[in-house]
Design a protein around this ligand. Structure first.
Ligand code: KDG
Length: 340
């Protein structure tokens, strides 16, 4: 779909779908009005990077339908290179519906089995090889590994091509229990993580994939350093543990001169409007600043700020900051925060 020229420095791939988010704070069974957003973890990261001024390409499939056209238009409008976004006439654009609640996890329904996005394949990645071959960073998430066998094959192929081109490969674990059982996710993601340079994840995810916990609930109370070390032991160069309101921890074993351990406090968010998409915003901030050569403290501060900006608005992408907005957030003085 349409060419914007040049080779993007970052490439990502996955399923971009339409998210219908309840406009009322109520259980799904009582929600009557829904607002339509473009969503999908990797697309969120792509838009986040584009707003921060980076060049980014997206590999994926959408249906040859109105929602597919909307996704292509929105991503293109954000400046994402969508030359490798295929309009697939044989399947529909994926859909998710989620409720909005103040307390407890929100109910989410996926309508994505057999969707166009889940038909992503190694062939699609091969077709995008000129773009991938010229990229300096490839970003992946565990969701793509879970949606279908062919999409998991696309990840494998993307890793091979990125490795051959010398790109840095990051993986956000993003375990979605609605897509696969956590024990299956843990085994697959462990193998995938061991082939990546940078792994990002919530404490629960890092602990489960690192083998420290068998459930996400157990993982959520693990020691962040122990979880990060378990991940480094898989051969990963850098691990970033997202700790929500407690900020983030980065551990790296490729730091001859820089810090091996960096702990960063969270940004305070006056009102949490919608937490979904915060992790993707965090990844976008971290990758953008790392590519700029920022030190880990600044990269984590930017990542936390991007996450906070998204939490303060409805929808996955709405609050993703521009570079100027991020700079303003970073220069604003903050009071003492939760720092462990
Ligand atoms: O991180 C936000 C994503 O979870 C959301 O956009 C939808 O990609 C999605 C998924 O599969 O849950």
């Amino acid at each position: 779909m349409s060419s914007s020229g040049g080779t993007p420095e970052i490439v990502t791939l996955g399923e971009c779908l339409i998210s219908l988010v309840a406009a009322e704070r109520a259980p799904l069974s009582a929600s009557r009005i829904f607002v339509r957003f473009v969503a999908g973890a990797e697309a969120n990261v792509a838009v986040g990077l584009a707003r921060l001024g980076r060049t980014v390409g997206y590999i994926g499939r959408v249906g040859d339908d109105g929602f597919g056209r909307l996704i292509a238009r929105e991503l293109r409008g954000e400046g994402v290179d969508v030359r490798a976004l295929v309009a697939d006439g044989s399947a529909a654009t994926g859909l998710m519906v989620r409720e909005t609640r103040d307390i407890g996890p929100s109910e989410v329904i996926y309508h994505r089995a057999g969707s166009a996005g889940s038909r992503l394949s190694a062939g699609d990645v091969d077709a995008a090889s000129p773009m991938l071959g010229g990229a300096s960073w490839l970003h992946l998430t565990g969701i793509t590994a879970a949606i279908s066998r062919s999409a998991a094959g696309a990840l494998e192929r993307a890793i091979e091509l990125a490795r051959a081109g010398g790109a840095t490969i990051s993986l956000d674990l993003n375990i979605r229990r609605r897509l696969w059982p956590e024990s299956v996710a843990a085994a697959s993601l462990r193998t995938l993580a061991s082939r990546c340079d940078v792994v990002l994840g919530g404490l629960d995810e890092v602990a489960v994939v690192g083998g420290l916990a068998t459930t996400l609930e157990m993982g959520a109370v693990a020691d962040p350093d122990a979880a990060a070390e378990a991940m480094l032991a898989l051969g990963v160069r850098r691990v970033v543990v997202k700790l929500g309101a407690a900020g983030a921890l980065e551990r790296r074993r490729d730091a001859p001169d820089g810090p091996e351990r960096t702990r960063s406090p969270a940004r305070r968010v006056p009102t949490v409007v919608d937490p979904v998409g915060a992790g993707d915003a965090f990844s976008a901030g971290y990758i953008a600043l790392t590519l700029e050569g920022a030190d880990p403290e600044r990269a984590l501060a930017a990542a936390n700020a991007c996450g906070a900006a998204v939490v303060a608005t409805l929808g996955d992408m709405t609050g993703l900051p521009t570079r100027a907005e991020l700079d303003r957030m970073l220069s604003a003085v903050e009071g003492p925060d939760t720092l462990r």
